[in-house]
Design a protein around this ligand. Structure first.
Ligand code: NAD
Length: 252
């Protein structure tokens, strides 16, 4: 199986923490030059870059708030300038914003959650697509198990945004298919990152893990294999799919 990414450049949004960090390290370990995007987590992004460079890889950290179109444009241009092109876009950044019963959510809550999880992905793809080479170009979006399950009570905005992502991927797979650019999503289940540390109380987290057939929570590196497969030549006939990475928690 050819997973050699030696001549490829990847941009990973939110690439310095959690799942994004796991993806950045895996892509670099398979030879890709990696642009690690961050908005506020500068230390984490620089730490990830250092880990890649110390292992003999190539990486730089680039700050950009991906909900702002001008910053997305700048991020893509800085990626192209840093390594001479852009082959693999990993639209990973996102997360829960404010969870609450619908009656308590505001229009601002809705706009914020959709902007972070959905509009940002649209903007990244819109500005990346002209740079992606035919045949080689890859887009991978981080969706969620919530896209199918509907997520827990109070998470309607997050569930909506992630559900939309799965369908955007199907549409882009058709639009970009003639150029042989593949577009897929990965849908993590429960992965041990700061997202859960921030939003899921420990007893609730324990209950979630009890529902995982393989008997443990996921780690960021559990998302690496599918990412590397989809990013390289071995994944060239996989497009428009959502790959579930959840230890069997949901079997759609
Ligand atoms: P995380 O908080 O470590 O990652 C989120 C990343 O997004 C961070 O690096 C953050 O800096 C970045 N980010 C946030 N707002 C940004 C902005 N405006 N511009 C640029 N970057 C921004 O948590 P994670 O769990 O690694 O989440 C990564 C992705 O995985 C998210 O899309 C999340 O919804 C998804 N996900 C996580 C889980 C899980 O169990 N951890 C499950 C399903 C899906």
């Amino acid at each position: 199986m050819n997973t050699d990414l030696a001549s490829r450049t990847a941009l990973v949004t939110g690439g310095g923490t959690g799942i994004g960090r796991g993806m950045s390290l895996a892509l670099a370990a398979n030879g890709a030059a990696v642009v690690v995007n961050y908005s506020r987590s500068r230390d984490d992004a620089e730490n990830t870059v250092e880990a890649i460079n110390q292992a003999g890889g190539r990486a730089v950290a680039v700050q950009a708030d991906i909900t702002e179109e001008s910053q997305v444009k700048h991020l893509i241009q800085q990626t192209v300038d840093a390594f001479g092109g852009l082959d693999i876009l990993i639209a990973n950044a996102g997360g829960r914003t404010r969870d609450a019963p619908t009656i308590d959510l505001t229009r601002e809550d809705w706009d914020h959650g959709i902007a972070l999880n959905c509009t940002s992905v649209f903007l990244c793809v819109k500005h990346a697509v002209e740079h992606l080479p035919d045949q080689i170009g890859r887009i991978i979006v981080t969706s969620s198990i919530s896209a199918r399950s509907g997520a827990g009570p109070g998470m309607v905005i997050y569930a909506a945004a992630k559900g939309v992502l799965n369908n955007m991927v199907r549409n882009w797979a058709k639009e970009l298919g003639p150029r042989r650019i593949t577009v897929n999503a990965i849908a993590p289940g429960v992965i041990r990152t700061r997202l859960h540390a921030q939003f899921t109380p420990p007893d609730e987290y324990k209950k979630l893990i009890e529902r995982v057939p393989v008997g443990r929570d996921g780690l960021p590196e559990d998302c690496a294999g599918a990412t590397v497969l989809l990013a390289g030549d071995a994944g060239s006939y996989i497009t428009g799919q959502t790959i579930e990475i959840n230890g069997g928690m949901a079997m759609p």
